[in-house]
Design a protein around this ligand. Sequence first.
Ligand code: PA5
Length: 398
Amino acid sequence: MDARDYFGYKNPDEEPGGPDPADAADEDGDRPPLFEEAVTLDDPATLRRIDPDDMLGRVMELPGQLVQARHVAAPITLDERMTDVDAVVVLAMGGSAIGAELVAAAAGDRLRVPLIVHRDYGLPAGAGERTLVVAASHSGETAETLSGFAAAQERKLPTAVITTGGRLAASATAAGLPLLQYRLGGQPRAAIGFGVGLVHELLARGGFIDGPDDLGAAAAAVEELLERIGPSVETDANPAKQLAWAIFGRIPVIYGHGPMAAVAHRWKTQLNENAKAWAAWEPMPEANHNAIEGSINPRELGEALYVIQLRDRAEPPAIAERYRVVEELLGERSTNRNEVWADGPSVLSRVLTGVAYGDLASVYLAILYQTDPTPVTLLAMLKERLARATGSDPTGAR
Ligand code: PA5
């Protein structure tokens, strides 16, 4: 049974191929949820009850984090050994890695050298003396990142560190490395303003980005969006809440091109970690060469998919045309779908507004599932079990 159909935010007639809720009720003998069981996204007390650690509030802090990131990075200077390099490698995982991926996506071909985000133990092939290594970890305790950092230190590679503390901060301080240390408790994924802002400012200050976008202007664009889709804006006027209702009970698949591909990746990880939900993402145009074919089987899951096309007003015409044809094909197959357009005067602002939109939608979805978005129980359990197995050896080599 699908609660969306019963609380006024989805008209099944508007959904091609969607089942008639009355038929579904007859078929499986399930009953429609009672009105008093409905979760509204518009009642502050309900939001506080399901989101006691205020993940919604954390998302609303994104513009403030971007501004603070600029202050944290301001005193940092990189010497010639750090800037006269052929590549930048960011060592990071999960919520810390996506910040660098978003910066690389926003900077695009304005990057002076390739930026590689290394999500693994050790260092990537080819890392050497002419590589700037940036170890980025919110906790400063992530095994894979510590392992790569240790390898870089052993090989005396130019290295900078971004963290709140932990062993990473202690080692960077002891070695006298450039350290961008910020203060923020809570979950790494909720520090995305620092994750993006600090990597961006470090690279901009090192001269790695030609014509870097202004972080302050991006923060203002995000602020403006949050005023339109934040928790205090009621569902009827709030497209992010409406999107959460549409995804509710379904598996979202997010498409994105260029900078929006990284944003689609962020949406997927936020839907996983906040809403504790299955989600997938697909980069365009690659998705046209495989993913589109995979929307057929199993047939009984067809209704369960929800495709979101993340659009950018600056996308090339060839990509716009591809989206049009994909939309046509999905329509013919009655696949549930929607478009979300990123707003803002620069690529960075469009990337960050896209992130803010997805972050909010993922927390709204968590609330619809009546799931506290903040704790990541399985993730914590996994880290704890691994730590027990490997002892204090951060490289995992033991
Ligand atoms: O979102 C999360 O909690 C994770 O994806 C973490 O970011 C990831 O495990 C890495 O941890 P940290 O960001 O502390 O290095």
